[in-house]
Ligand binder design. Sequence first.
Ligand code: SF4
Length: 334
Amino acid sequence: MYIFVYGTLMRGCVSHDLMENAVFICKARTSQKYAMLDLGPFPGVLQNRNISFINGEIYNIDKQLLCKLDEYEGNWYFKSEVELDNGMNAQMYFLKDIPSTVKETSFVIPSGIWEDKRGDNIKTVIGNILQTNRTLPQGHKDTLAYEVHNNLYLNITNKCSASCTFCIRDLCDGVFGYDLWLSKDPTLEEMLSHLHSLDLHKYKEIVFTGFGEPTASFSILLAITKWLHEQGIKVRLDTNGHAALINPGIDVVGELKKAGLDAVSISLNAQNEELYNQLCRPKYAGSYQAMLTFTRQCIAAGISTRMTVVKVPEIDIETCEQIATEMGASFFAR
Ligand code: SF4
């Protein structure tokens, strides 16, 4: 059988001796993206995190060696078949979860190459940019929707394409007494079944917001927007404006308009790209420009558009207001 290794078992690495009875086939990389973590002396790969292609080596091994490798990898890992860029399939070891003992001290390797080691701190990347891997207390109940000031706020994802230095997710578990960490992103069925149990017409607005970027769950966002719009309910989206980067190939504003979105509130957060990158630490290059384009397109589509900033000392609120006004959006400093 073929095994794809990407860390200490590779040639020239500390545990390669274990592979002495294995036949080296070739170097390869996965055809799907995952997240490679630097856990100190060895790496691990998370299967459900879409960061980079993983680079490694393919070996042909027998059952005996496979048992030895299973033992070596231990309890933290499980095997799964992956497709590689040369068309071959092989078994690969994935991390079951981020081990709690290394959660605070590990790093994500954005290149997917073990030799590159250290990248962004794991807490930043996994906690904020992707999805939390928080251990939620026993009995934790996900808050899918919460009521504040006569509005209903929908919490459809914890994923985000930014890692803002001022994000409240680093400071607390929620807002207005609601814990907004999700054990998993809800499905459309789960959201609809919850919404069916509420009197939706009593709210001024229903707002997609929560502890994540709603356009990271774009199909759910669209389906619920359409469903609410058909009932004559006003819908707003609070967003970082990265929708087009998160959902490449989709006319995101066209789809939102078609679904019946009434209003959008976009985080401008900086008077220029350099400061934006410093404060918001976006996952995608070009996020500032993408956010401005998203704003322009929303205005052109006739969606009521507001730009917002957070009141932090680095942000020049007056200049930001000018940017918003010149674009034709209203403005709000939070
Ligand atoms: S865009 Fe919003 S949810 Fe995402 S990191 Fe920034 S403040 Fe937090």
